[in-house]
Design a binder for this molecule. Sequence first.
Ligand SMILES: *[C@@H]1O[C@H](CO)[C@@H](O)[C@H](O)[C@H]1NC(C)=O
Ligand SMILES: *[C@@H]1O[C@H](CO)[C@@H](O)[C@H](O)[C@H]1NC(C)=O
Ligand SMILES: *[C@@H]1O[C@H](CO)[C@@H](O)[C@H](O)[C@H]1NC(C)=O
Length: 368
Amino acid sequence: MTMFFYSVVLVLGASLFAQAIARFPIPSVDCQSLPQASYPFCDPKLTPETRATDLVSRLTVDELISQTFYLAPAISRLGINAYNWRSNCAHGWTLSGGPDWLGYTWTVFPAPIGMAATFDKDLVLKAGQVTSTEGRALHNEIMTHYNGASQEATGLNCYSPVVNLLRDSRWGRAQETFGEDPYLLSQIGVAYTKGLQEGSDPTYVKIAASPKHFSVHSGPDNIRNRFTANTTLHDLYDTYLAAFKSQVIGGKAMQIMPALSGMRCEKEEDGAPDAANPFLLQTVLREQFGAPNISVVSDNEAIEQVYSDHHFASSYEQAAALCMNASTDLDLGDTTYIKYLPVALKDNLVHFSGSVPVDQWQSDKHAR
Ligand SMILES: *[C@@H]1O[C@H](CO)[C@@H](O)[C@H](O)[C@H]1NC(C)=O
Ligand SMILES: *[C@@H]1O[C@H](CO)[C@@H](O)[C@H](O)[C@H]1NC(C)=O
Ligand SMILES: *[C@@H]1O[C@H](CO)[C@@H](O)[C@H](O)[C@H]1NC(C)=O
């Protein structure tokens, strides 16, 4: 049986770093194969949190780092299958970029701005439910064709919905949003997220939503990789954050995607790129929204761009460390984490606070 654990903070005790990279959900695990059938993470009587904690505690640091890449490789000694994190479902499932050779069809709903224009959250909830049912079906089909390894656009998560405030219609992505009103954005966004995530069995998440792009983002799109949005705390909390807060608290979104741009306000005078922004990701998201266990996925190549485009870091290594310190868990679209986290770790650029030194952490004891 293929299991999908959507669990979140996995208390490893070893280090903040390990906790940080263990926070994101763990892809499917094949519990039929020996020897893992006898391990606690394969015991269906235990809670998903306990099982996921057990599973993650068995990973070495190298294995944990390997899972920060969106094309997460299999860890066959533990029966963990490969998992491709890139999927989207803004108004129905999308196979763009994915394997369409099977010839499946699926439902395409009106663009989000049109769904919002219904002002009907029950209807949007249903659209989300259809989308997650079709997403699950596609996932199951693809898993049988690819021997348990998920492919692009057929995962159990998707980088949707877009709950950015449509503040400037020249942005170019107006159709992807639920509009300009923070209240409508919140209500329609939560309806869609619940439709995606909540199935008949509350133990499992149907399709994990990832509201984006957190948070001060409504263009300019052509310079988004290096743009820093200036805002005030008043504007931030009253408008830009409202829909994200609803997604996290009301919608219980499993994941969130920071914007590619940076953000500057009274509390964040450096204007850090959002994936490297501790005020946004730690203070606002994890502390003020009360979501310590939510997982954070970078937007495409955001971690690399902290150095290459924003010039906010002095090297890729520092960019990787800044993003991990800020608590971005998953690197979408580039290889900065898997290439540079091992180096950053050696150079003490990533925070370690636990009592178990990294060399012991990598020992056989932990590679059980
Ligand atoms: C976060 O995860 C830990 C470990 O599973 C759990 O004890 C805690 O209740 C979770 N916190 C929230 C707010 O969900
Ligand atoms: C934002 O503020 C910074 C610092 O005050 C300033 O240098 C920059 O030009 C401002 N950017 C915009 C787009 O207004
Ligand atoms: C990450 O955080 C640790 C602990 O605060 C600090 O020592 C380290 O310098 C930080 N890394 C970067 C690149 O700032």
